[in-house]
Design a protein around this ligand. Sequence first.
Ligand code: HEM
Length: 361
Amino acid sequence: MSDANKTTDVVAPADKPVVAPEPVTAATEPTPNTEVPVTAAIASATEPTTAATTTTAAPIATETTGQVKTETAPTQETTELAEEKEASPLAQLWEAAKNHDHPEIWGVPLADPANHIPSQIVFQKYLNANDGDLVKAKDQLIKTLDWRKKSDPLELVRRMYSKTKFEGLGFVTTYVVDGKEVDEPEEREIFTWNIYGGVKSIDETFGNLEEFINWRVALMELALQELNICGAVKPITADYDPYKLFQVHDYKSISFLRSPPHVKSASAETIKVFAQNYPELLKEKFFVNVPAIMGFVYGFMKLFVAPKTIKKFHPMSNGANLAKEFDESRIKGLGEKLPVEYGGKGGELKAVGKEPMLTAE
Ligand code: HEM
């Protein structure tokens, strides 16, 4: 796979209620393959903020045998600043999350990141998405908690969606080393597939924006379940994060050559919701079977997307070339595991993939 572009997504089992995290001891037990211990990861993320490093002490004048001696005594402000100085950015994000009445993100029941790896991963992703800027990370985190409280994505993934509108349009597939279930995040790759070329009726699928977004969010949460951050054993850092997803958009057989208003508003809203609430989950994104005549749409869509994200995009005219993009994956023969129509030898998406639940009609 080319190193300029990579993407990924994951969630916790929808049928499991959000429960209190495993005791600290379980999370802190070193595993043989843990390259970055939690403490190291957290330490690397604990660069003090300017506010935290400012030390102020109020001079106090005391009279001693006719001499005026100046001493420093801690003020309330000093004490607060000292406390803040001690708290790492991750601890401060946890503090902010603790004060919110929504308890989870991506199915991870939020807990102290010092001893709960899944929470460390979630908080670190918010920092990474904001290049380490704690104020921005906190703002994004709170907005995500607000949105999850309002939208309840864990419920959305348990809902049924209209077969007529959404069948065959979205899948999640997971590929592992030698077909085995493994704990190592590098030995599992999760793909989300959006087969937008398969849309039969633009009005049906995109006409009700809320319903479309709910279905799209359900697909993302399904992918997050597969990513299984809840069961993660490796903390992440600013530079190391294997908990990401590949995404593929397939525009094969698009039956319309313009981008109607419904599509534009659905795309713009999805991009907005995902950028805000699913940061740092994309490894690389491939747009395949893009009809030459619709190349302009790519330029249009890029207007809504952050430059950092665009770097992960790969438009491709021929979907059958997709498999070749994964030659360097740690999963040997990953390309071959993909469906035949994407250049692999694996089963069809319908056979091996998971879809949000559909109604009978
Ligand atoms: C008319 C048929 C099309 C439909 C129905 C469609 C649908 C969508 C939707 C719903 C999204 C929201 C993001 C998501 O679901 O992950 C999206 C994003 C996007 N689409 Fe399309 N699209 C179409 C054509 C195209 C074409 C021809 C291109 C050219 C490559 C394109 C490029 C993009 C890009 C770059 C994004 C932004 C992706 C992101 O931020 O993750 N689209 N599209």
